[in-house]
Design a protein. Sequence first.
Length: 188
Amino acid sequence: LAWLADNMITSDDWEAGIRQQLLAKKLSKCLFDKDVEKFFGQNRLDFDQILLYQILVENGKLAQELFYQIEEKEISFYEAAHIYDIDEQRRQKCGFEGKLYRWNLRPDIAAIVFGVPIGQVVNPVKTPQGYHILMVERFIPAELTPERYDEILDRLFQDWLNRELNYMLHSDTMVDNVESKTVEALGQ
């Protein structure tokens, strides 16, 4: 109860919020349970992931030189990232960018890294941010886990809610009803 008071929430509001979440979850399951596997199958590539390492530098010549040094094993990818990457946080993590979905990346970068053999260093790629030297440590194929199932179910439900809301907001009948009720309320 102290937490509720600290957050200025009454117990009735808290219960109503929980009830609303449970009802929304139940409704989403009723409406879209059968569509989750179909959606996953149609968008399977979007759920593939990679563990990506990246070095980003501003100079093209430096990028090419680093690439050659890494290829010739004069310097390791991780050491080069630790010394040269312009992103301080990634530099401290020796180039580790993270576990990424295809859609987390620019389309041109995604096409490259999702097609390269694991562990192969990619030739520098120029983007507006600079020159990227990339390496995929691991490919994680898409799998319909319980967490991903819930994520897709929620996405389908939220998309549906947004469509319904937009329909209501832009429907002529809705506008007409609001206008007529406004006129009635004003007594005209």
